[in-house]
Structure formats: structure tokens, C-alpha cells
Design a protein around this ligand. Structure first.
Ligand SMILES: Nc1ncnc2c1ncn2[C@@H]1O[C@H](COP(=O)(O)OP(=O)(O)OP(=O)(O)O)[C@@H](O)[C@H]1O
Ligand SMILES: [Mg+2]
Length: 313
């Protein structure tokens, strides 16, 4: 679990983006992105498929030009000062980024060469990263023979070799088992304590809740931004848990109820996010279907689902 430094929002901004727009033909992938990520801060970009997360990250990394807007990494423009920005960022793309037929050591050496790291610095840094990621024992294993979690940790290590000020991670733990995901986050905690800023996109709500701040993106726009805990505390709606009864009938009726903002069935339970003021009505409907109803504490996923539903209606 990432441990928050005292107040990273008061640290200097390493990444700043103002009014970034990017379209592909008529598809507006990013519309007016405003963002600041500070030294020591982990900022999470959350959003459904196609929300514009990857496009935002690519623009901020200087891999793709924006149609409008400005970005700065440590004061440098990613499009104009490409070399300076490349030295300052570590980027882990959503898709495979390593050479599968090279070993762990060879992949690290390749990235060290790319960043022209002096031999001694590279050795020390690689040894430390391999110790932290517990990949030392596998140094001579080819990347395509690594487990999903090990592969991601190697990709993270490669992106950290040159001590970037800003780390851009695009769904780095997608498809990785929960233990490896936790280890990955512990590593991020280590590096942000050293002052690195992290912008990470994730589909996992538990990961979003671990970020210092999160932004919820949808159709290229940022719908909400804030500290996860504060966003959840300010959540205006109620959450109910229906247990037992006729589950099929219940989900069918709740699914079309105008006061229901989100439904998540899990086993014999159904979690229901109810619009403010609609709780009594929905409780009555749940009882009619023979289920018992209890109140639940809202979490980040409830907020995320409700906000998307509000946006779509
Ligand atoms: N190179 C491209 N050419 C055309 N359209 C693109 C291109 N890249 C992205 N898009 C479109 O832009 C929108 C945003 O895509 P993007 O990949 O940024 O979303 P995302 O939030 O990263 O999604 P996911 O969670 O699936 O990775 C989508 O509608 C996508 O189809
Ligand atoms: Mg993406």
C-alpha cells in the first residue's frame, strides 16, 4: 500500500497540463485536459475503455502532438524539448514494452544504453532495482519466459533506471495477480518517497483508492478530481445491500428503477447505489422481492459507477 507523504500537493509540480485537446478524425479523444502532478505524488487516471487515458499519457510523454493546449514536465515542453523530457520521464506503455528474446539483464542493459547511463551508475541502479523487485535470481531468464507480474516489474525497473522525475504508467498491473499488484504498489511507494511524481492509469478501483489524487475520465473529459477519501466522504447518494430473495427479479426491477444509479451483483448480494432521496422507495422494492436490505458504506467504486451513470443520463 502506498503511504502518502505529508502533503505532496504542496510540493512543486513536476507535470502540468493546460487545456490539452487531441482528436483522431472526428473522435475527440481528449477534451481540455487540466492536470498537475507534484513531486512525491501518485495521481491516478481512472476511466472506462476509450476514456482517453492512453492518449493523454502519450501526449504528456511527447510521443504524440496535441491539437491544442500546453504541457510541461519539469518546466520543459514535451513536444519542443523532446530530449530533455525523455531524460526526465519513465514511461511504461499499456502494451508490451520489452524485448521478449532478451534476458532480464539484457533488457536492463538495453535501456541503460538508450539513456547513456555510465556503467557504474547502471550497475548500482540495476542491482538495487532487481533487489527491490526480487528479480535477482532470474537475471538470465528471457523476458518472454517471465510471469505476468515479473514482466511488469522488469518493465517498471527498465523505466526507472535513469531516475526519472516523472513516471508515466499506463495500466501497469492489468492482468497481474493480487500479490504482485501489491508488491508493485509497494515499489511505487518507495520511489515516490524519494520525490518522484507518478501518473498512473488503472482500471482497478482498489488501486485508484491508493492514489494521493485521482481523476475520473470519460469521453475525453475529466468528470471529477480529488483525493479518493474526500471524494467518497462527499458522496451525496446512499448505498444499500440486498441479500437473498428473487435475485433475477430484483436485479431486473432495480436495473430500470429511475432512482438506482448503479447495481453490482456479487454472489447472493446485490450492491445498489441509490440517488439521494430515493432510499425509502428502493428499500420497499427490495423487500417486495423477498430480500433483506442493509445500508452500506460508500466506496470509490460506488462513486465511479454513479458518476458515469449521471453523466450518461
Ligand atoms: N491512433 C488512434 N487512431 C484513431 N483513434 C484512436 C487512436 N488512439 C485512440 N483512439 C481513440 O481515441 C479514444 C480514446 O482512446 P484511448 O486509447 O486514449 O482510451 P483509454 O482510456 O486508454 O482506453 P483503454 O482503457 O481501453 O486503454 C478511443 O475512442 C480510441 O478508439
Ligand atoms: Mg488505454
Amino acid at each position: 500500500m502506498a503511504v502518502a507523504p505529508p502533503n505532496p500537493e504542496h510540493a512543486p509540480a513536476v507535470l502540468e497540463a493546460r487545456a490539452i485537446h487531441k482528436s483522431f478524425g472526428r473522435m475527440k479523444a481528449v477534451c481540455g485536459l487540466e492536470l498537475a502532478v507534484h513531486a512525491g505524488e501518485i495521481y491516478g487516471l481512472v476511466g472506462p475503455d476509450g476514456a482517453g487515458k492512453t492518449t493523454s499519457i502519450r501526449v504528456l510523454a511527447g510521443l504524440m502532438g496535441a491539437d491544442a493546449g500546453e504541457a510541461r514536465v519539469d518546466g520543459k515542453d514535451p513536444m519542443r524539448d523532446r530530449v530533455a523530457v525523455r531524460e526526465r520521464i519513465g514511461y511504461m506503455p499499456q502494451q508490451y514494452s520489452l524485448y521478449g528474446d532478451l534476458t532480464i539483464d539484457e533488457n536492463l542493459a538495453f535501456f541503460a544504453d538508450m539513456f547513456c547511463l555510465p556503467e557504474k551508475e547502471y550497475r548500482e541502479r540495476a542491482d538495487r532495482l532487481l533487489a527491490l523487485t526480487r528479480l535477482e535470481r532470474f537475471r538470465s531468464r528471457r523476458a518472454d519466459a517471465l510471469s505476468g507480474g515479473m514482466y511488469k516489474k522488469l518493465a517498471l525497473s527498465c523505466s526507472l533506471l535513469h531516475r526519472p522525475r516523472l513516471l508515466l504508467l499506463d495500466e501497469p498491473t492489468n492482468g497481474v495477480d493480487p500479490v504482485s499488484r501489491r508488491e508493485f504498489w509497494d515499489l511505487l511507494g518507495e520511489f515516490t518517497h524519494e520525490g518522484m511524481a507518478v501518473l498512473i492509469s488503472t482500471p482497478y478501483m482498489d488501486e485508484a483508492a491508493r492514489c494521493h489524487r485521482v481523476g475520473l475520465m470519460h469521453h475525453g473529459r475529466m468528470l471529477v478530481e480529488g483525493r479518493p477519501g474526500e471524494l467518497v466522504r462527499g458522496f451525496p447518494h446512499s448505498v444499500l445491500r440486498a441479500v437473498g430473495g428473487d435475485r433475477e427479479g430484483l436485479t431486473a426491477r432495480l436495473g430500470v428503477h429511475p432512482r438506482v444509479l448503479a447495481l453490482s451483483p456479487a454472489g447472493s448480494r446485490v450492491r445498489v447505489v441509490v440517488e439521494r432521496g430515493g432510499e425509502a422507495e428502493v428499500r420497499a422494492l427490495i423487500s417486495e422481492q423477498g430480500a433483506t436490505c442493509e445500508g452500506a458504506v460508500p466506496d470509490f467504486e460506488d462513486l465511479f459507477l454513479a458518476r458515469l451513470r449521471e453523466e450518461e443520463s
